[in-house]
Design a protein around this ligand. Structure first.
Ligand code: DX5
Ligand code: ZN
Length: 220
């Protein structure tokens, strides 16, 4: 029986009261917190850095995963581990030495993830899959929340599952971008196991527990 995890993105949260927002998400029953870190270079937006995650660590007991949308992420991997992240996800397009970066993450005793932009082929991770704990398929162009799910990613999610079966059955498949009640069931059908949702979930901010229960129900 596949375990499906719901990972809300912090992007739509009120950054002026992040601790309270995280506690509310935990109470609502989400499985993990997805931190979107953007540097204004890899993507045309700037969000938060490790100090914010570190100061939020005590407001939630949920696992923290960080999605590093930054160039040369190897420079900051250790900082995000020290901030309390158990999964560090880097973009294959953002580092010249992906194998070495993944080795660095694993050497710090946390899980390593690779994110692929919509146009990036799966072959870019084919030879490092033995190091990949989570393969994240971007179903929007990174940089912003509230975008539409890119339908062409359905086939890529299925292909990612096939790649995982052929190279590393322990790799989890994550999908990030445009996930809502409308798109969630399809993603799970195609093989997604960790679902990131920002605007889709936070649209239900005033009845979050109900929305999370609904998301989990749809993911069965
Ligand atoms: C986009 C981020 C996503 C985004 C998800 O660059 O990586 O995590 O915040 O937000 P929605 O669910 O609104 O697409
Ligand atoms: Zn993300």
């Amino acid at each position: 029986e596949r375990v499906i995890e719901l990972a809300p993105s912090v992007l739509p949260c009120d950054f002026g009261r992040l601790g309270e927002e995280l506690a509310a998400l935990e109470r609502a029953g989400v499985d993990r917190i997805h931190w979107d870190v953007m540097d204004g270079l890899f993507v045309p937006n700037i969000t938060i850095g490790a100090p914010v995650i570190a100061s939020c660590r005590r407001y939630s007991s949920l696992p923290y995963e960080v999605h590093l949308m930054i160039v040369d992420p190897e420079r900051y991997v250790r900082e995000f581990v020290d901030a309390g992240c158990e999964l560090i996800t880097v973009h294959a397009e953002a580092t010249r030495h992906l194998h070495r970066t993944l080795s660095l993450i694993k050497s710090l005793g946390v899980r390593a993830g690779v994110a692929l932009n919509p146009a990036t082929p799966l072959t870019s991770v084919e030879y490092v899959m033995d190091q990949v704990d989570v393969l994240m398929i971007m179903s929007v162009n990174p940089g912003f929340g509230g975008q539409h799910y890119i339908e062409a990613m359905d086939a890529k999610i299925m292909a990612a599952v096939a790649l995982r079966e052929a190279t590393n059955p322990n790799t989890k498949i994550e999908v990030d971008g445009g996930i809502s009640e409308e798109t969630l069931a399809g993603c799970v059908m195609n093989g997604a196991e960790i679902l990131v949702s920002g605007s889709g979930l936070m649209a239900h901010r005033d009845h979050l527990a109900q929305a999370v229960a609904n998301f989990h129900q749809l993911a069965r």
